[in-house]
Design a protein around this ligand. Sequence first.
Ligand SMILES: [Zn+2]
Length: 447
Amino acid sequence: MALLVGLCQTGQAQEAQRATPAAPPAVAVTLFQNVRIFDGKSGTLSPPRNVLVRGNRIERVTTDQITIDPTGRLVDGGGRTLMPGLIDMHWHTMMVRPTPVEMLTADIGYLNLVAGAEARETLMRGFTTVRDMGGPAFGLKRAIDEGTVVGPRIFPSGAVITITSGHGDFRQPFEIPRTLGSPQSRGEQLGAAMIADSPDEVRVRVREQLMLGASQIKLTAGGGVASPHSPLDVSTFTEAELRAAVEAAENWGTYVTVHAYTPASIQRAIAAGVRCIEHGHLMDEATAKLIADKGIWLSTQAFPDELANVFPPGSSELAKAVEVFAGTDRTFALAKKYKIRTAFGTDILFSPGLAQRHGELLTKLVRWYTPAETLVMATGTNAQLLALSGKRSPYPGKLGVVEEGALADLLLIDGDPIANIKLLEDPAKNLLVIMKDGWVYKNALRK
Ligand SMILES: [Zn+2]
């Protein structure tokens, strides 16, 4: 008996560590009255509707009158727009505010507190979910899910997995060579990036991230802009190494996504079974066709030129940024031409000022997509990619849509975002209500 109790207690402790369920909303029932709905799927607004939220779910969407008892919360929408919370599919929860040097040298407690402050702001910009594409975000995610810190839902990847010299290897030359038993690099100690140079090593690193609660796995399949030792043209992992990661992730019920710009790195990743490509800015026509034919996801963005400003003038990083940014237009054109399943994420790194213009990075997409297509991408479509995490999703339920049964992540906007998508560029003014998981984090209509 004592043994059984002991086992149960251990089991409970582990469960608590993996995903502590959030408390039910303090106000159990919310009624949004007289709202026009952008549902995250179709590109039009509905006629006026009433939407009932109970607990953390949308219970009813109807033209019928609904009455709630006085303990409930009534939001009189006045004909304004109710839409799903925005989703950013390429976010680095821990790396938005610090500089690269701070990230590698500052105390992890400090970095967590800074990231927590940023997480609140992220939610207040209307982003109710982020897919974290690398960084030690498990602790912050737990604190948010428990309600200790305010922030978005986080689909964590944990540490990015890279090769020696690859994108994510931030070591200095004096740290080479790495020998068996030598201490880990700072990036590894933080859990920001793990270095792996064989299929077996990749397998270990992937399984470690899954054990820690990763909802998907991120590898860097080619060179990157911000890394000191990885030219853009290189392909990093071998196909066997990539396949080891894919196998480990799929055995765990989830998928691998890779950072890749070039045709060679994208094609090798797809051959290895990778399901999603991050960025893809240097892809060619044949690669775009391959991505489309295989039903691979493309998670990409229009990098703002200012993002290059974090790199010193004359640096190789700056030169790489310029080369990548020049590919944006062609990448979106190819994505449209081949009808590639395209998700939106910003990849804002080391740029707190840019983060304040989060919505602007979304509305920029109207250069290639209609406002309605842009909004569908940032909600319902992004959520379809999140669903690839299967049972490893930390948040069982439907995200990115306004429909009965879906999780209640909702924004009330003062206007029609399809007619004027720029409303999302000023969330402080135009987002009147922000709800996540049935909890209201902002209600500017409350008297
Ligand atoms: Zn990234």
